[in-house]
Design a protein around this ligand. Sequence first.
Ligand code: DGL
Length: 274
Amino acid sequence: MSETSRRPIGVFDSGIGGLTVVAEIIKQLPAEEIVYFGDTARLPYGPKSEATVMQFAIQDTEFLLSHHVKCVVVACNTASSVAIRELTNRFDLPVIGVIAPGALAAVSSTLIGKVGVIGTEGTIASHAYERELRALDREIEVIEVSCPLFVPLAEEGWTDREVSLVIAHEYLTPLRDAGVDVVVLGCTHYPILKGTIGKVFGPTVRLIDSAEETAREVSERLSSLGLAREPGGTPEHHFFVSDVPHRFKEQAERFLGGPLPNVSVVRVDEFVKE
Ligand code: DGL
């Protein structure tokens, strides 16, 4: 096993949503060590301008590089939408976003060529999914809807509340009525609300969880580049956040789906280069 393959996988998100991706990477790649950075001091990224999200994404990547990661997973749809190309050009290591894996899964799943995409305002405004889907299939029909209230609902853990279902109906009924047969959950918070979202669409519409698809892409990329760790051993994961908001542990554990190991706080002004 090469020195590089023993290095950790770097993962970043605006906060805790990316922990749904971490949970999937741990499930699919149990031998890999992870360094996670959640930019909790500067979240949410969803409503922010493209230029600001780009700047944050570069800084978050630089932080992970300082921990000698072998690849960077952008576990945030908003950051992936605007920054993947720039990060790939700027940094000399594999950068994996959540958009391409989700789009590929959607194209392979749709039987009628009609796909819905839901995400933050930033993700939907960028049309990154639409571009990616059309690059894979020029004929595909794409309907994009932003659902900004889903982020606080997921953080609140209101997965089974009547109010969540009412909001989901409000956002998603036009998409359901448009007759899509596949919907991409284009935000790392949304897998938490999969049950509620599924109730609006019913069993005939397939929901694509970008966390699962991204973990699969990470696995394939590492293997093809000879960067996968050998199986066995118990890796130690490291979690960093730029702030510890109220009820952080409770919320983070919901996203991770289990107990959160020690979390270190790193102030943004400590690692941002002026
Ligand atoms: N995790 C972000 C995403 O996937 C949503 C939260 C935010 O707006 O920062 O787009």
